[in-house]
Design a protein around this ligand. Structure first.
Ligand code: SAT
Ligand code: MN
Length: 595
């Protein structure tokens, strides 16, 4: 029987709901989290004694811990993620759907007694800055101390959220249990009408930290449409030129396509005087400001980034921020209790313990770290954090970038002709899948605005919302596609990426100010090689040329796939986007005839 500890709140809506959920889940204890340092130490102590966290060598990485998940639970499970709106049409063809009453009944069966023998942590949190009028309060009830500790890093957690909530009934009701971690009984379910999320059977970040993808994207996107704003799967960065001009860019990429690296970019030596600072690496909320510009804010308070591939060469700021107070999940362990992953600096150690806990030797065919292994750290750990991350009204953005992994077709950078064309390019964008979701890797799938798994309502209606937002923003940002992943005939990447992406960012910023030239293609504007600053670029000019290439035949095939995608989305696809498709098709035909 649950021994409900007196709630540190006089909010009856909250205490009643917690009691009701505890009666269903039957935890041995209910623990209200206040977010204090003492509590952190206590929870870490509990996690260490339960074997959930392992302390790393604190002389090397102070305050850092290691966690290994169930091998069946290492990524988001989109096939088990549902949006349960009253009608199927409202969820649309890209979300799994079940009638809310039926889903509640099914899940009650799974939650009934699921926390017996365990503690239910009551985790109050705020997405957004506590003093922002746009912040959202959520409460997650979870039987995972790992989840409680991760939310503590990823959001403003504890008493601050209860204070902000006061006596209000307006909070997201999140219920989470790892239960028996059986994929056949795993469901991540959103009930937007009830401001409720129930997640059972997984402890993995995106499935279990309900503040993150579930609230700050799926639920938020649903509310954003009704309220006239956008909740997007984007990084947010600040670029300062040598002349001291400060501008902001947001960029949407699918999971594990380099958002964290781009957000923390260090410009190459030839770009002396340029400075990039980070505001966020995964989620932005965008609103129209009083001056008619589009303002972006990161509602999170931490980074939950992909470890493999992170090194001093690819992301020195990330390596610095991981030096202390980080939680590492599913990376490999060194014999002296430090972490390692593929792509880290230097050669692999001779011996490691792999992410499953098995001995591993250098040269082994299998990776030591899971490809979707992750780190969790606070924003404040980032040595290049923009101070404007704490501005409650957000920052005005000059450009929005969208990108994916495309070995072919999409040039390094492509500027849209106008907002509608930009929405078309982003809404039909494709990307090769990664290990961040379960299922095959490297398969091309359409991923509108890199937000396919995170839009909590009908996709065609979402694209219409983007078009309407464009009409409402008096001074809209420009929209660009980028592709760091195009390959040559030898299968090698044509563009070096990472810090050298600064060269594309500079062109983008200069385009926003009308300061640099471009070449018009039937599908948008691209830089000519001479429009880019390529001083000291470690790539052959022919490779750069190839990375910028527009190819009529590749785009005819692309347009065909985009048409299929629009057909799949069905009748709610805005007519303006269908017309945009036809216009592009005609332009391509003309280009093909004229050569
Ligand atoms: O686990 S998360 O969903 O938060 C990371 C990602 O896949 O983008
Ligand atoms: Mn993400």
């Amino acid at each position: 029987m649950a021994t409900t500890v007196a709630a540190p709140t006089t909010n009856v809506h909250l205490s009643r709901w917690v009691d009701e959920m505890a009666r269903m889940c039957k935890p041995d204890r209910v623990c209200w989290c206040d977010g204090s340092e003492d509590e952190r130490d206590r929870l870490i102590g509990e996690a260490v004694s339960a074997g959930v966290l392992t302390p790393l060598d604190h002389s090397k990485r102070p305050g850092s811990y290691y966690s290994r998940s169930n091998p069946n639970d290492v990524a988001r499970t989109e096939e088990l993620t549902f949006v349960c709106t009253p009608t199927r049409e409202e969820a649309g063809p890209t979300n799994n759907w079940m009638a809310p009453a039926e889903m509640y009944a099914k899940l009650r069966g799974l939650f009934d007694g699921a926390m017996t023998g365990r503690t239910m942590y009551v985790v109050p949190y705020i997405m957004g800055l506590p003093d922002s009028p746009f912040a959202k309060v959520g409460i997650e009830l979870t039987d995972s101390v790992y989840v409680a500790l991760n939310i503590r890093i990823m959001a403003r957690m504890g008493s601050v959220a209860l204070q902000r909530l006061g006596a209000s009934d307006d909070f997201n009701r999140g219920l989470h249990s790892v239960a028996d971690c059986d994929p056949s009984r795993r469901f991540i379910v959103h009930f937007p009408q009830d401001n409720t999320i129930w997640s059972v059977g997984s402890g993995y970040g995106g499935n279990a930290l309900l503040n993150k993808k579930c609230l700050a994207l799926r639920m938020a996107s649903y509310y954003a449409r009704n309220e006239g704003w956008l909740a997007e799967h984007m990084l947010l960065l600040e670029a300062t030129s040598p002349e001291g001009e400060v501008r902001y860019l947001s960029a949407g990429f699918p999971s594990a396509c380099g958002k964290t690296n781009l957000a923390m970019l260090v410009p190459p030596p030839a770009f002396d005087g340029w400075r990039i600072r980070t505001l966020g690496d995964d989620i932005v909320w965008l609103r129209i400001g009083e001056d008619g510009r589009l303002y972006a804010a990161n509602p999170e308070n931490g980074f939950f980034g992909v470890a493999p591939g992170t090194s001093t060469a690819t992301n020195p700021n990330a390596m610095k921020m991981l030096e202390h107070d980080a939680i590492f999940t599913n990376v490999a362990l060194t014999p002296d209790m430090d972490v390692w992953w593929e792509g880290m600096d230097g050669p692999a150690p001779e011996r490691l313990t792999d992410w499953r806990g098995r001995p591993w030797q250098r040269g082994s065919a299998e990776p030591a770290a899971h490809p979707n292994s992750r780190f969790t750290v606070a924003l404040d750990n980032n040595p290049a954090l923009s101070p404007f991350v704490n501005d409650p009204k957000g920052v005005p953005i000059s450009a929005i970038l969208f990108g994916g992994r495309r070995s072919t077709t999409v040039p390094l950078v492509l500027e849209s002709f106008n907002w509608t064309h930009g929405v078309y390019l982003a809404g039909t964008m494709g990307s090769e899948t990664t290990a961040a979701k379960t299922g095959a890797v490297g398969v091309l799938r359409r991923d509108p605005m890199a937000n396919l798994p995170f839009v909590g309502y009908d996709m065609g209606t979402y694209l219409q919302h983007w078009l309407e937002m464009g009409r409402r923003i008096p001074r809209p940002p420009r929209i660009f596609l980028v592709n760091w992943f195009r390959r040559g005939e030898d299968g090698k990447f044509l563009w070096p990426g990472f810090g050298d992406n600064m060269r594309a960012l500079q062109w983008i910023l200069d385009r926003c100010d009308g300061r640099v030239g471009a070449r018009e293609t039937p599908v948008g504007w691209t830089p000519r090689v001479s429009d880019l600053d390529l001083r000291d670029l470690p790539a052959r000019p022919a490779a750069v040329e190839a990375s910028l290439r527009f190819d009529v035949d590749e785009w005819r095939e692309e347009l065909r796939l985009q048409q299929e995608w629009l057909d799949h989305l069905g009748p709610t696809v805005p007519r303006a986007l269908r017309l945009q498709h036809d216009l592009l098709e005609e332009s391509l035909e003309t280009a093909r005839r004229v050569g």
